[in-house]
Ligand binder design. Structure first.
Ligand code: FAD
Length: 398
């Protein structure tokens, strides 16, 4: 058996979480084998780069944690040790000039992931991490971890392991969720995957076709007892965009969705202008000329509220109910809810049903909106799991 098959530490999955865990283990002086099923690493990370690579959100710890909802508790320690400031420094150390947009979102200036990833892989290589691609973990046998590889089945017997296998969306990028069967067989508790940061489906009439691809700017969305202002996009399938994604949990549960098309004006202000226009003015002219609505907003209103009596138009414009039919499929979601339940992990991210095996990243049961929260939590948990695994490996030394 060659040396790289009995490494001190095995990391499975080479997304941002696995790369971070591998680096922590290598920094602790351990021999690390990083195994990845795909022919190349970080495919979802590179895909995130196509929309600019929003690395983190420049905001204080308390509001940052709030974005993780009920899962803020288990993530608290990892994120307080590696939060927005640390992510910014980490990216700079990897040669990136970063900038913070007006909404606090932090991006590399090049607005893509490949230069950062290239530098990171070179750094891991210098630190002695052995990377094996096309190595798919297929399960445990008595000897250790079994992999399907181009050279046949390989078994790895590490002192410690970090699983960083990702969620279950965009399966073609590697995160196919197939690992759930392996962990369930081992006795771990799993919560069913559900789409997060996903669009919603709406059965549009043909009247909406010209609006496909158009933004709905400066709207307020209310659902599940929460209201937020932002932008959504009308798509062929329904509605999408960061404002919609913030309501993932409520929309998954089928909560009512209302849009305020004029968050800066009161119902009375709107109704007064409508009344002044007079009964002879057509509804289309009221929307387009009297209220100066853009085409996308007017189309949306006409789609669902064409029959509104003139004297209640003001209130209808501020609370337009969208009869959405569901959410976009899991595989199209930017991220997932569900995964490995926290009760199956110790505080140090170690599986209670498999000592010496640590888990991190999107495979864990948490969700957060877009805005850089996802990558930050993946890096933070990858780091925490890597450090805990390194500690466990060291404690096995004579
Ligand atoms: C279109 C898109 C845009 C995004 N934009 C952003 C953004 O701007 N900001 C942000 O914060 N987040 C963004 N995300 C989310 C972010 O990319 C993910 O949350 C993050 O990549 C998850 O990291 P991970 O390492 O936990 O999992 P992944 O990146 O999914 O990596 C898991 C790895 O494990 C490998 N693997 C799985 N099973 C096995 C196996 N059995 N054996 C061996 N290897 C295996 C996979 O091939 C994969 O390489 C975006 C996601 C998408 C889809």
């Amino acid at each position: 058996m060659t040396a790289d098959q009995t490494p001190d530490a095995l990391v499975i999955g080479a997304g941002p979480t696995g790369l971070m865990a591998a680096e922590m283990l290598a920094d602790s002086g351990l021999a690390v084998l990083l195994a990845e099923a795909k022919p190349s690493v970080g495919r979802k990370f590179l895909m995130a780069g196509k929309s600019g690579l929003n690395l983190t959100k420049d905001e204080p710890e308390a509001p940052f944690l709030t974005a993780f909802g009920s899962m803020a508790g288990p993530l608290d320690t990892a994120l307080s040790e590696f939060g927005p400031e640390q992510v910014k420094r980490w990216a700079e150390d990897l040669g990136q000039t970063i900038f913070t947009g007006s909404s606090g979102r932090v991006f590399p200036k090049v607005m893509k992931a490949s230069p950062l990833l290239r530098n990171w892989l070179a750094r891991l290589d210098r630190k002695g991490v052995t990377l094996k691609t096309r190595w798919r973990w297929t399960g445990w046998d008595k000897q250790g971890f079994q992999f399907d590889t181009p050279d046949g089945v390989q078994t790895v017997r590490p002192k410690v392991t970090v699983l960083a296998l990702g969620g279950a969306s965009w399966a073609r990028l590697g995160s196919d969720g197939a690992w759930t069967t392996l962990l369930a067989e081992k006795g771990a508790k799993l919560s069913a995957f559900a789409p997060s940061n996903m669009g919603i489906t709406v059965e549009w009439s043909t009247h909406m076709a010209p609006a496909f691809g158009s933004p709905l700017k400066s709207i307020a969305l209310s659902s599940g007892g929460k209201t937020a202002v932002g932008e959504a996009v009308i798509s062929r399938a329904g509605l999408e965009g960061s404002l919609i994604y913030q309501f993932s949990a409520a929309l998954r549960a089928g909560a009512e969705l209302q849009i305020d098309l004029f968050p800066d004006r009161t119902e009375t202000q709107l109704q007064e202008r409508i009344d002044k226009a007079g009964a002879k003015t057509s509804l289309t002219n009221i929307l387009r000329k009297t209220l100066r609505m853009d085409q996308a907003k007017a189309a949306l209103f006409l789609e669902f509220a064409r029959q509104t009596p003139r004297d209640t138009l003001g209130s209808a414009l501020k609370a337009l109910t969208i009869p959405y039919t569901g959410t976009a499929p899991l595989d199209q979601a930017i991220s997932v809810a569900g995964g490995l339940c926290w009760e199956s992990l110790s505080e140090g991210f170690e599986l209670t049903c498999a000592k010496g095996v640590f888990c991190a990243g999107e495979m864990l049961d948490w969700e957060a909106p877009t805005g850089g929260y996802l990558i930050t939590a993946c890096l933070a948990t990858g780091r925490a799991a890597g450090l805990a695994a390194a500690h466990a490996a060291r404690s096995q030394e004579p």
